[in-house]
Design a protein. Structure first.
Length: 267
């Protein structure tokens, strides 16, 4: 179990307690936009309950949340709200510290009631700045947790934010009205090419699309190559396949993207 935990912790980019990273001149940041300046910080809480492992080693449960801290407090509030949405149904937390404390408290309570359990838990949430300019911020929210079972649960979610209007950017705001079917058709051609599928091959046996029909989700980001979509484990494939990414080049979006939008970078 310890090796499994270490594997998934490495995938989720564990940050050290109270780590602070200052952005330097080589980082992709508009230096004249002070509101977009940020550092990385983190909160880490460990349980006092020790669990014996192999070779007389001991381990303990841990909960970590790492996140960027911007000069602009409204951006911080947006990020914090998205992280808090990871909480289980019925749970509501005001701060990152509350969230991590609650996870460890749940483990401690479970451990007392199940003294022979013999496994640790972990939670690792990380928000990473993926893309940044005065009109657009893209974050990747990675969340991995283990509370028993065959394997940890993981999710990878893109957050898209307009730092000028302080609003979340949704896909419908970037494409022309009624163009979603055309976008889906373009995306399916790319998906089938990536998956080495013929244009008529069935999606029934190896994929989990509803009604065995290809569809796009709303988990997207915009990078230098184009419009990127990400499917999480279990979303369209078995867990063992991990995430699936799909990039639609800007050139394929010219008839779909709204004029002067983020999907028209040359304008």
């Amino acid at each position: 179990m310890k090796k499994l935990a270490l594997l998934f912790l490495s995938l989720s980019f564990i940050a050290c307690q109270n780590e602070k990273k200052t952005i330097n001149s080589s980082d992709p940041i508009e230096t004249d936009q002070t509101s977009l300046s940020f550092t990385y910080d983190s909160v880490k809480v460990s349980s006092n309950v020790l669990v014996k492992g192999n070779e007389n080693t001991t381990d303990t449960s841990k909960a970590v949340i790492s996140y960027p801290v911007f000069t602009d407090q409204k951006i911080n509030e947006f990020i914090e709200q998205k992280v808090m949405n990871l909480a289980d149904e019925g749970e509501h937390f005001a701060t990152y510290k509350d969230f991590t404390n609650a996870f460890i408290k749940n483990f401690d309570t479970f451990s007392k009631e199940n003294k022979d359990y013999g496994q640790t838990w972990f939670m690792d949430a990380k928000v990473k700045v993926e893309e940044q300019n005065p009109q657009y911020l893209s974050f990747l929210l990675t969340y991995v947790n283990y509370e028993g079972g065959a394997h940890p649960n993981s999710s990878f979610t893109y957050l898209n934010y307009d730092p000028k209007s302080h609003t979340e950017i949704v896909l419908d705001s970037l494409i022309n009205p009624g163009s979603m079917p055309e976008l889906t058709t373009i995306a399916e051609k790319i998906f089938r090419k990536n998956e080495k599928l013929s244009p008529t091959a069935s999606l029934k046996d190896n994929y989990f699309f509803e009604n065995d029909k290809f569809s796009l989700n709303k988990n997207f980001s915009i990078n230098k190559k184009g419009l990127k979509f990400l499917y999480n484990p279990y979303e369209i494939k078995a867990y063992a396949y991990g995430i699936t990414e799909l990039v639609i080049p800007f050139a394929d979006l010219k008839d779909i993207a709204k004029p002067n939008s983020l999907l028209n970078p040359a304008n």
